[in-house]
Design a binder for this molecule. Structure first.
Ligand SMILES: *Cc1c(COP(=O)(O)O)cnc(C)c1O
Length: 357
């Protein structure tokens, strides 16, 4: 069965305020110029200078020994899992984690690992909840191999895990002999919001990755980092899965550009998210989850209009967001959305709600 949202009207105007996802931002002219000028080689042979430079830059930024360029964040998660988990192993992650909800059961299908979902508010679980999920070691129990956290927690509302909580969870997992993995799809949103250096924030995590196609605005690419030994083993999977590239430096150049020019400006997206949240909160019937970064989730139950229907109504006016659950919308700020467009989005949603279902 495929996931089937209500059919979209076919006569919609182009979307000019696109809050659907930060993945939909387009490369800027300056980013494209950096791509055009990239020095390239052959990544599979280890001779693409721009990919090598990106990996060195990322290993330094994240305080890890080595790093590897991959086409997507999903491949980072899957390679981290399959390199470290054997068939039958168990991964502990929040019940809304991307690896559990949104990667086509990759951990089960590819690594043969099972993921157990932990509960907790806003996409995060506590140390106590983790302790409660630890099984006695016996031949009956799944071997517990990995603890995974998502920074920021996407479905949790783009929330930022506190450094103390991250470290307490990592220390405990390590005491039990487990490995720790951080899905850092939006890690730089977290480090900018918290004012913490990336290497400090991820210090407790054996493996971690950053996506360049979210708030950073690159057309493709993610970098997975960890020990030299881990990256060496991960390379076999990159090769095996067809993720090894040739003149990929063209894309790595966009990632390097985004690290140099698009990280600090994430604060603008966070301010726009707060602006959007304040505006939406004033619309009767809408309940907004207070944003911590660039994701604004809101509940439409009180309006009597599902998030699906509300989105279809605003799309008539060129304003689009995404739907997380029937009554829960998600609006995402990014480098292609200005404060003026946020005001326009609020006005469109307000008008749709007052017109009614
Ligand atoms: C987007 C996302 C991913 C997957 O990244 P892709 O580059 O789309 O494959 C994984 N985890 C989280 C939390 C994400 O938001």
């Amino acid at each position: 069965m495929s996931f089937a949202p209500p059919p979209m009207p076919t006569d919609l105007p182009p979307v000019h305020v696109n809050l659907y996802s930060d993945t939909q931002s387009k490369p800027t002219p300056a980013m494209k110029a950096a791509m055009m000028e990239a020095e390239v080689g052959d990544e599979q042979a280890g001779t693409d200078p721009t990919i090598n430079a990106l990996c060195e830059k990322m290993a330094a930024l994240l305080g890890k020994e080595a790093a590897m360029f991959l086409p997507s964040g999903t491949m980072c998660n899957q390679i981290a899992i399959i390199t470290q988990c054997r068939p039958g192993d168990e991964i502990l992650a929040h019940e809304t984690a991307h690896i559990l909800t949104s990667e086509g059961s990759g951990a089960a299908a590819l690594a043969g690992a099972q993921i157990t979902g932990l509960q907790g508010a806003r996409g995060q679980f506590s140390l106590e909840t983790l302790k409660g999920a630890i099984r006695s070691k016996s031949r009956h129990s799944p071997p517990q191999r990995m603890v995974e956290v998502e920074q920021t927690a996407n479905s949790g509302g783009g929330t930022v895990w506190k450094l103390d909580d991250l470290n307490a969870i990592a220390d405990y997992a390590h005491e039990l002999g487990m490995v720790t993995h951080m899905d850092g799809a939006r890690l730089t949103n977290a480090t900018v919001a918290a004012g913490i250096a990336p290497s400090d924030m991820v210090a407790g995590y054996d493996t971690v990755w950053l996506d360049f196609t979210k708030g950073l605005g690159a057309p493709l690419g993610a970098v997975l980092a960890g020990s030299s030994d881990f990256i060496g083993q991960a390379w076999r999977w990159k090769q095996r899965m067809g993720g090894a590239m040739r003149q990929g430096g063209i894309c790595a150049a966009a990632c390097i550009y985004s690290l140099d020019h698009h990280v600090e400006r994430l604060a603008v997206d966070h301010a726009n998210a707060k602006l959007l949240a304040r505006g939406l909160a004033q619309i009767p019937g809408i309940v907004v989850e207070e944003p911590e970064t660039n994701l604004v989730f809101f509940d439409t139950t009180g309006t009597g209009i599902t998030a699906w229907d509300l989105n279809q109504m605003t799309l008539q006016h060129g304003v689009g967001f995404s739907v997380n659950q029937t009554w829960r919308g998600r609006a995402c700020t990014h480098l292609d959305v200005s404060a003026a467009q946020i005001e326009e989005a609020v006005a469109a949603i307000r008008a749709a709600v007052s017109r009614g279902a």
